[in-house]
Design a protein around this ligand. Structure first.
Ligand SMILES: C[S@@+](CC[C@H](N)C(=O)[O-])C[C@H]1O[C@@H](n2cnc3c(N)ncnc32)[C@H](O)[C@@H]1O
Length: 292
């Protein structure tokens, strides 16, 4: 295995928090497209590559079901958690644009719009080439992205999600410039400094409402509390980090997949809608053809 030994990445900063918030949450969300689209196409004990695997919770679920999984990620901290969460997984610290693995995988996937972090079309083609080389003939590749139209509609520079817990709090604020088709989401992380730190009124309201705050009818209240907390909390240690992304256009990605050599390219929504619009993420499924 060859890796280009990446240095510190922004995800190193987020890893401790991602591991206890989005990691467990997203793996449940991302299991659905895998079960619906990818897993029915491959054999029960298939060898699968998880590209940009993050903290590895999804890998453990798939290992429990009999699959052999290798995770690739360029954040050492994310991979440290992945090792703990999936002790029987194999892992490679490498950049998605440069990793090299022999053509031994029955399938590959990349979840939670990780490939939005690939900022140019030539670099995206590099990633697809790396995946193509790692797949066996007839191997499937599934990934999802947040596309341009969706980001233009929803990434408005306002807090979109977050939580306030006993020892920490976090907020994600997505920003997008549709003319440049570039953006970033800012993650604001708060950590309690000392155990004796007094509870603010906002935190108390959050704790009291927390059993019902996830209900979609209370979304606005939830965001209001997070916004106020972000503006007013002065006692907890605050850290802001930006994660840069590109707003890809689905048809552009289709062309790049074709140029790489993939066939059977499908652009899907999870809900099965016929068009990709601003309410749905785009899932791409494609196949490495059998050499004749
Ligand atoms: C949004 S997280 C998704 C993690 C995981 N797939 C999930 O569903 O929870 C994006 C992941 O992509 C990784 N990543 C971003 N850019 C990368 C690159 N160029 N090469 C390898 N990994 C990358 C990050 O370190 C992070 O773990």
């Amino acid at each position: 295995m060859i890796s280009n030994n990446p240095q510190h990445t922004e995800y190193d900063t987020w890893a401790w928090l991602y591991n206890q918030t989005m990691g467990p949450q997203y793996c449940q969300n991302q299991l659905q497209p895998l079960e619906k689209i990818l897993l029915p196409r491959i054999k029960p004990n298939a060898k699968i590559l998880d590209l940009c695997c993050g903290t590895g919770q999804l890998i453990q679920i798939l290992i429990n079901r009999g699959y052999q999984i290798t995770g690739v990620d360029n954040s050492q901290e994310m991979l440290n958690y992945a090792h703990q969460n999936a002790p029987n997984g194999k892992f490679l610290l490498a950049d998605a644009r440069y990793f090299e693995l022999p053509p031994s995988f029955d399938a590959a996937f990349s979840t939670s719009a990780a490939l939005n972090h690939i900022m140019t079309i030539p670099e995206l083609q590099q990633v697809f080439q790396r995946v193509y080389s790692a797949l066996k003939d007839n191997g499937w590749f599934l990934f999802d992205i947040n596309h341009h139209q969706q980001m233009q509609r929803w990434w408005k520079g306002k807090i979109a999600e977050g939580e306030i817990e006993q020892q920490y709090a976090w907020m994600v604020t997505p920003n997008y410039n549709p003319d440049e088709r570039k953006g970033y989401f800012q993650v604001t992380m708060f950590q309690q400094q000392t155990k004796s730190s007094s509870a603010s009124i906002l935190r108390t309201i959050w704790y009291l409402l927390s059993p019902i705050l996830n209900h979609r009818l209370l979304y606005r209240l939830r965001i209001k509390l997070l916004t106020k907390f972000q503006a007013k909390e002065k006692n907890w240690q605050r850290m802001d980090e930006k994660y840069f992304v590109r707003g890809h256009i689905p048809e552009e990605i289709r062309t790049v997949l074709q140029q790489t050599g993939f066939t059977d390219i499908h652009i899907l929504t999870l809900e099965g809608t016929p068009t990709i619009d601003d309410k749905h993420s785009a899932y791409f499924l494609c196949r490495k053809p059998i050499k004749i």
